[in-house]
Write a protein of this length. Sequence first.
Length: 299
Amino acid sequence: MNRNLRSNVKKHIPKDWLCELRILYRLGKETLGDIIRTGWVNLVIITTMAAILTIFGACFRTALSISTFAKELGSALEISVYLKDSVDAKGVKQEIQQIKHVERISIIPKTESWAKLRTEMSLPNIDNPLPDTLHVKVDQPENLQPVFDKIRAIPSVEDMSYAKDLASKIELVNHVVKTITIVVIGIMALLTITIINNTIQLVIQSRKEEIEIMRLMGVSNWYIRFPFIMQGAFYGFTGSLLAMLPLGYVQNGLANMHKFFMIPSPSNAQNIVLIVMFSMSILFGAVGSYWCIKKHLQV
């Protein structure tokens, strides 16, 4: 009842924006003061954060490149479909085009295949034994087997083949890369939160009496928490800024590797890595601070 009454009263009180700005200024000042009080430990924390984020960024950026290589290699895989005699290849092509995940189909007439084979090998003068062939390109390597099974059920198809072992290995590489990336994110989160937690705990101990006085004066919990949360976010942000330098060298090395193998780099890969790195470091820094405050202050 009192809570509802308080909320209704607050709704009818006009906001003093100047007062709000003063509060924000005061909170920013408190955050800066806490950072200064931490002293030389700030340098240790930021460099440690930068090292962790560099490892994460390098692994994440490498994972994007490996996925691009695997996708490029997988896109080169095609299903070879050998048709029965006296079958309309164009009709079968239209039927296969209705299957989901089929990207492109090319018809290789048996006369063309036979003429090419005779130029490469010395063959006797016999009738053409080769069938008409369709080369079916699938959008993703993991969709090769499902598409293969659906095409095999078509009555006009005599036989089929594709590099199944290579496709399986490509799919395995993609799975391993994704798993490693998730593990690295988990380790980064754990280390970041632990480092921030211990740092904020030291700051809390140095300001314990001041915090107790604020609580006795009726200062709101968010006012006490905010500077600590901002301090944790600050460590994440500055650590990411420092990590940008070594990640630039990683980006250049991977870009040169893509050029060497003539495979295009993943679009906006470096921007994606930086956005994810900054977002996660700030988030984990703030979360680490919040958990520490909740544990030691009970506010």
